[in-house]
Write a protein that binds this ligand. Sequence first.
Ligand code: MN
Length: 202
Amino acid sequence: MAKAEKLKTYRKKRDFTKTAEPAGHKVKPSTTGRQFVIQEHAASRLHWDFRLEIEGVLVSWAVPKGPSMDPKEKRLAVQTEDHPLDYASFEGTIPLGEYGGGTVMVWDRGKYYNLKVEADGSEVSMAQSLKNGRIEIWLEGKKLRGSFALIKTRLAGKQPQWLLIKTKDALAKPGSDILEEKPKSAMTGRSMEEITLDSMKT
Ligand code: MN
């Protein structure tokens, strides 16, 4: 699918004369082609948006409970519309009454590595893993580090329901709550309150 086609739903949901979110025209891929971002989003319901750069867009999931470093925690991740790449640095507020109205924070950001390989050792492309409903990656963020999996479930819903899981490795932290430990923006160091207040000043 062409990039413009992929972003159709994203653009249809938003009025860019009212929201400061990027429309995503003419955005080049990142140098690695593999960035990830997690945005805390205080919309009508608080959630964390998990986004992976795959073939020119940010493939996105809304995670109501947010990510965890505990392999026992399987967090529901509802796939949402693809977002433009420059959304990865969007932090601020979306006007109330607009789609997704509320404060957005860049909670974590970094690059990822694809861990999914065939039996013969060749890499399974991220686009293929997405189709297969089984993504295995290594995250190198400021907060999240180590191996993670996104597994598509058969749960019924309007949008595909996945699970975000910290897979077992030396970096896993059973019993920890990374959201509580590291609540501030990975980009600006601000809290959700500070982002909200700052946007009221301008
Ligand atoms: Mn959201």
